[in-house]
Design a protein around this ligand. Structure first.
Ligand code: PMP
Length: 387
């Protein structure tokens, strides 16, 4: 059975037919000129998206978690200390990864739904130096966007490497890696970039590559960036077979990002986010995330009293829209909706319509059309999208 529901979870996001077309190209040798050309373009366009001139991109079969792992084990040695800035489930994942490699992690944690204040980071660094500080740009569990630019100001000139998890941000929220001084960006294609899942994407600053070069080995083989470096600087060679079709798809997704332009893409995400949230609030729902740190890529809303999580998501699915439940302590209390990648006003409108109908079918009091009307002012000005 083909599931044609609208995938409005916070990743993977709907994949545009042009990108699906690239995925369906005949699988060729990883050394074939057409593939090598697409790989080169994907590497260059990924670096461009990260607004980096000097960063070294890595595109490896895997996922966001592998990107996080590559970004950690190549710049921090077992026994060293890192500071994990965490505003949720994915922030905490860095502490788990560190533990798996014998790296000592100290966690500076916010209350869920809030971001760690830059002052709190500055104060905590007095206990440093650390080998690195990890930051989750958008924690997908809470919808919290971290004030990364301010953190980077605090970290400027310090010895700690800045490791940024951009999985739920890259391509939808500004991430000027060079200007901010990000040493490692770890991200993935299946969210705001709009390609299918299956790849780990990393960008290493020269300082990060140098750190890895300073050691003869790291506790990794597949994830050792020095093994990948020759392929990433000259893709027509073999180390481990790259996933040819995924990379064709990523190259196409990035070509679409280039055509739209970073500024326009970020503005579209911001407009769709505010439209969607206006709709949620008009439907009587409360947002979980504090107003000063709401991400443009997803929204997290509290389930209204009397509306049960599984019943709500089934009602949405019955109307052709798939949304996500809460993670960790938020399970059963919130639902999460992604509004990122190659979606537009039509997808936001369809989601709000399904939401109103689903809530009404479960006995919640919602004025029909109220969510859509509230979103309409924003939607009218939101360009782009696949529909
Ligand atoms: N970091 C963040 C912020 C994420 O949202 C996710 C996935 N939802 C990951 C890391 C892990 O990515 P993956 O599931 O591709 O391993």
């Amino acid at each position: 059975m083909i599931d044609e529901s609208l995938t409005m979870i916070p990743g993977p996001t709907p994949v545009h037919p042009r990108i699906l077309g690239a995925l369906a190209r005949p699988t060729v040798s990883h050394l074939a000129p057409a593939f090598v050309e697409a790989f080169r373009a994907a590497l260059a366009d990924f670096r461009w998206l990260c607004q980096s001139r000097e960063g070294q991109p890595f595109i490896v079969a895997g996922g966001g978690t592998l990107a996080m792992e590559m970004g950690l084990v190549n710049v921090v040695r077992p026994g060293e200390r890192i500071l994990v800035v965490s505003q949720g489930y994915f922030g905490d994942r860095y502490a788990e990864l560190a533990a798996a490699f014998g790296i000592r992690a100290e966690v500076l944690r916010s209350e869920w739904g809030h971001a760690v204040a830059p002052d709190a980071l500055a104060a905590r660094l007095a206990a440093g130096p650390y080998a690195a500080v990890t930051v989750t740009h958008v924690d997908t569990s809470t919808g919290t966007a971290a004030p990364v630019a301010s953190y980077c100001e605090v970290l400027r000139g310090r010895p700690e490497l800045v490791i940024l998890d951009g999985v739920c941000a890259t391509g939808g929220i500004d991430e000027p890696c060079d200007a901010w001084g990000v040493d490692v960006l770890a991200t993935a294609p299946q969210k705001a970039i709009g390609a299918p899942p299956g790849l780990a994407l990393c960008l290493f600053s020269p300082r990060a590559v140098d750190r890895r070069r300073g050691w003869t080995s790291v506790p990794a083989y597949y994830a050792d960036v020095l093994r990948w470096l020759p392929i990433m600087t000259d893709p027509g060679r073999y180390y481990s077979t790259p996933c040819v079709n995924e990379i064709f798809a990523l190259a196409e997704a990035l070509r679409m990002v280039r055509a739209e332009g970073i500024g326009a893409r970020l503005a579209r995400h911001a407009r769709l986010a505010s439209a969607f949230r206006a709709g949620l609030e008009a439907a009587g729902l409360a947002l979980f995330t504090a107003p000063d740190c709401r991400a443009d890529t997803l929204s997290v809303a509290l389930l209204p009293a009397g509306v049960e999580d599984a019943a709500f998501r089934s009602a949405m699915a019955a109307r052709g829209v798939s949304v996500a439940g809460g993670l960790g302590p938020l399970a059963g209390k919130v639902f999460r909706v992604g509004h990122m990648g190659n979606i537009g006003p039509a997808e936001v409108a369809a989601t709000l319509t399904a939401l109103e109908e689903s809530l009404a079918s479960l006995g919640a009091r919602v004025a029909p059309g109220s969510a859509l009307a509230a979103a309409a002012r924003h939607l009218a000005t939101a360009p782009g999208g696949s529909a």
